[in-house]
Design a protein around this ligand. Structure first.
Ligand code: C2E
Ligand code: CA
Ligand code: CA
Ligand code: CA
Length: 280
């Protein structure tokens, strides 16, 4: 393999080495990417089901890789999670997303006042002092805690529910909103679910995908919406791609919708282009 790009690492050919080496190389590159600013945050809107108005945006990380192009999280999140690098990566995404909504507030256009959702991994959830650090990021940026939603997958929550409960309580005390992500794909225990101070259930997109084709998925989505409301949460559907899915979700009483039907995840200034000088 020969040195490439800015010469920081050796580019490496498929078949060069075994998967463990591949993963190491990926991690080294990811460390450098964090340091050198190759990571990006894209934002995907979610809308109020009743009005179609934008309620907030979800921050989704991307990696502008020097040779491989724009990489989705599936290319590197698992490696980051396994190695613990996810803490640094997650802290960066949080900081970036919080600063972005503050910039949108200041710009005063359509994007002012939006909520921002940030994904938290299982490792981050297990970090001591997480709630204090989140509070610190919000305070330094001057963003009210109520404008931040932290999304945690059902699987991450249930992998260590007692620990999760304590952390969620601390985060709740900071005043941020909490969402259970990919709901329905893990194994929630109602005993815990009812104790978690959660504000939002995000119905996994696999159920949304089957909504208009199978009775089973329709029943599951209806149950999720009922469960959310019975526990004082809002129900959010992800992966909404068609008008038929949207109509079915509205009919089932889902509160907010997110998906390609409305917008794809995009860079901040593509999603909300800054006003030309002189127009504001
Ligand atoms: P997620 O949190 O469930 O995010 C939603 C994913 O669904 C995103 O994929 C989004 O681009 C995609 N999506 C949105 N609308 C549609 C649609 O209508 N149809 C389909 N088929 N897909 C849709 P993405 O951006 O590739 O992210 C994948 C996962 O990576 C996320 O799933 C999340 O678990 C993880 N992730 C992304 N950013 C971060 C981060 O900053 N930290 C952590 N820990 N995980 C992240
Ligand atoms: Ca999410
Ligand atoms: Ca709350
Ligand atoms: Ca999800």
């Amino acid at each position: 393999a020969k040195a490439q790009g800015r010469g920081r690492w050796a580019a490496h050919q498929p078949g060069d080495s075994d998967p463990a080496t591949d993963r190491l190389t990926l991690l080294e590159q990811l460390r450098v990417a964090l340091r050198d600013g190759e990571l990006r945050v894209h934002y995907q809107p979610r809308v109020h089901a009743a009005t179609g108005r934008t309620a907030g945006v979800e921050a989704l990380v991307r990696w502008q890789h020097p040779t491989r192009g724009l990489l989705p999280p599936s290319a590197f999140i698992d490696a980051a999670e396994d190695s613990g690098l996810i803490r640094e990566l997650g802290a960066w995404v949080l900081q970036e997303a919080v600063e972005q909504v503050v910039r949108w507030d200041r710009a005063g256009g359509d994007a002012a006042g939006l909520h921002v959702s940030v994904n938290l991994s299982a490792r981050q959830l297990a970090e001591t002092g997480l709630a204090d650090r989140v509070a610190g990021v919000l305070a330094r940026a001057g963003l009210p805690a109520a404008r931040l939603v932290l999304e945690i997958t059902e699987t991450a929550l249930m992998s260590s529910p007692e620990l999760a409960l304590r952390t969620l309580e601390q985060l709740g005390a900071v005043g941020v909103d909490l969402a259970v992500d990919d709901f329905g794909t893990g194994y929630s225990s109602f005993t815990y679910l009812k104790q978690f101070p959660v504000d939002e259930l995000k119905i996994d997109r696999s159920f949304v995908a089957g909504l208009t084709t199978g009775v089973g998925d329709r029943a599951i989505v209806a149950s999720c919406v009922h469960l959310a409301h019975a526990m004082g949460m809002i129900a959010v559907a992800e992966g909404v791609e068609t008008a038929e899915q949207r109509d079915a979700l509205v009919e089932l009483g889902c509160d907010q919708l997110q998906g390609y039907l409305f917008d794809r995840p995009q860079p901040a200034d593509v999603l909300f282009p800054p006003l030309p000088v002189g127009v504001a």
